[in-house]
Design a binder for this molecule. Structure first.
Ligand code: MN
Length: 489
């Protein structure tokens, strides 16, 4: 890897950009890491270059790439953060500082995971770019894992699979998530990996390619007939996600046809729905698998139409229909959007802070110990989301397993506080029933009701509902005190 490759690729995404600072950062890193070698025997600067290169690939901005080149300097060389600030400015220095803080984790075992996850979310709340650099750094470390002792190799692979990859998915940086997962899969489940890689890359590939070609031909003809300009691409799912599918559903490989996705890129949103209509007219859809992420984007901003149909020969095929803009967003996630700096709602990009980052910060405020914090995040953010509708047609996305009371508090505190019963799909349902994707939920309220029921805390699932119920219980205790002792202030 050379610095010219990085500069050239960066210029492709940013024509006319001044890349002098990238070159200077490289020169500085070469000087700082002079004589140092990686475990692989390569000069240390290669690690800095690979980190920066990955950042260019996910379309990160100039400061992020510079910080990628400099990221190991304060910790591993005689130069300090102050030297970086003096030469490259405050912004770059604060990114490098964020990375340095993240890497100082002294815990062992499960505590280590928890602590690194917690730190990662805190860094994220300050500046999402720090996480991007951390991902790029980790990816190169994974690629050179073979040079580490077995125990360390497995620890890093496990930590990546449990923490880094899910967070990358959450942020929508799919490109990095998929690459990290397959490398970790290879190191952690060697035998399974070998078997699956053989099946997938040797035995089944031809059969799948023929099937995909057939689907493309049939659909292409219809789209041309309808005069919709389009591009169809197909992507095989990564080995690790196929492995998870096989394990979860205990299905044999032969039965799995959704190991690939066909992606259709069309000019605008209206064309997305038209293309969907054409696909559903060609092949019978599986209604449980249709998702409209255009009308209701995922919490991380992901937009597309997803549908699975029984394609040629009755074999399932999954389609993802999007515009070009949505496609870029899906590939690069937060790196493609420009909502980096999240300075507590004051910055000019603060309005782009995704809702779940706020959720995480709320959870962080309310939970004292780390393990509760992790549990709540896993539930509220990592868990699969369901979409629930109000009678007026508004949509709320909630974590799977949520109840009508969770829903009520998402709608409004008053709706939660005054809830007495619920209608789910027009039928009376208990307040603790588990809601399903697509449910229509109406909360029956009683204006005279003073506040939440303490027993709700036993079954509600979301931190949002929990925090609001606790606040209101506290308040009603205070109200009672005031009522009984009215003159004391
Ligand atoms: Mn590094």
């Amino acid at each position: 890897m050379t610095i010219s490759q990085i500069i050239n690729d960066f210029k492709k995404n940013n024509p006319g950009a001044d890349t002098t600072m990238i070159r200077l950062a490289y020169d500085f890193a070469v000087k700082a890491h002079a004589g140092q070698k990686r475990k692989s025997g390569e000069p240390y600067i290669q690690h800095c270059l690979h980190t920066a290169f990955t950042l260019v690939q996910i379309k990160a901005d100039l400061e992020t790439i510079i910080a990628g080149l400099l990221h190991d300097i304060p910790e591993d060389t005689e130069f300090t953060l102050a030297d970086i600030e003096k030469n490259f400015g405050k912004e770059t220095a604060s990114l490098v500082e964020g990375i340095t803080k993240l890497s100082k984790i002294k815990y062992r075992g499960i505590e280590r995971y928890r602590e690194s996850l917690r730190k990662m979310f805190l860094a994220m709340a300050q500046d999402l770019r720090v996480i991007l650099i951390k991902f790029a750094d980790r990816l190169h470390n994974l690629r050179t894992l073979e040079y580490l002792p077995l125990e360390k190799r497995q620890r890093i692979a496990r930590e990546t699979l449990e923490i880094y990859a899910p967070v990358a998915g959450l942020l929508g940086v799919w490109r990095l998530k998929l690459q990290m997962e397959d490398i970790c899969f290879k190191y952690l489940y060697q035998e399974d990996y070998k078997k699956l890689a053989y099946k997938y890359e040797v035995e089944k590939k031809l059969e799948h390619n023929q099937y995909i070609q057939k689907v493309k031909n049939l659909l292409g003809a219809k789209l041309r007939e309808a005069k919709i300009p389009f591009k169809i691409t197909s992507r095989f799912k990564n080995l690790y996600s196929i492995y998870l599918k096989l394990r979860k559903k205990e299905r044999k490989f032969d039965e799995i046809y959704d190991v690939f996705a066909l992606r259709i890129i069309v000019p605008d949103i209206a064309d997305c729905y038209k293309a969907l209509g054409i696909i559903h007219a060609l092949w019978r859809p599986n209604p449980g698998r249709f998702k409209d992420y255009i009308a209701v984007p995922k919490p991380n901003g992901y937009k597309a139409l997803h549908t699975t149909v029984y394609g040629p020969g009755g074999k399932p095929a999954e389609f993802q229909i999007r515009t070009k803009e949505m496609d870029d967003g899906a590939k690069y996630g937060i790196a493609a959007h420009w909502f980096y700096k999240l300075d507590g709602g004051r910055g000019k990009n603060a309005h782009r802070q995704p809702a779940w980052v706020k959720e995480i910060l709320n959870i962080q405020k309310e939970t004292e110990n780390t393990s509760d914090f992790i549990k709540q995040i896993e539930f509220d953010v990592f868990n699969d989301r369901i979409f629930v509708f109000t009678p007026k047609g508004d949509v709320f996305d909630l974590p799977e397993g949520s109840t009508p009371i969770d829903f009520a508090y998402y709608v409004h505190s008053d709706v939660g506080n005054q809830a007495i019963s619920a209608l789910v799909n027009d039928k009376i349902a208990p307040l603790d029933v588990e809601l399903k994707n697509g449910d229509l939920v109406e909360i029956i309220t009683d204006k005279k009701r003073k506040g939440p029921n303490r027993d709700w805390l036993k079954f509600i699932k979301t931190a949002t509902a929990r925090n609001k119920i606790k606040q209101n219980l506290r308040r009603s205790v205070l109200d009672n005190i005031r009522r009984f002792i009215p003159r004391i202030k």
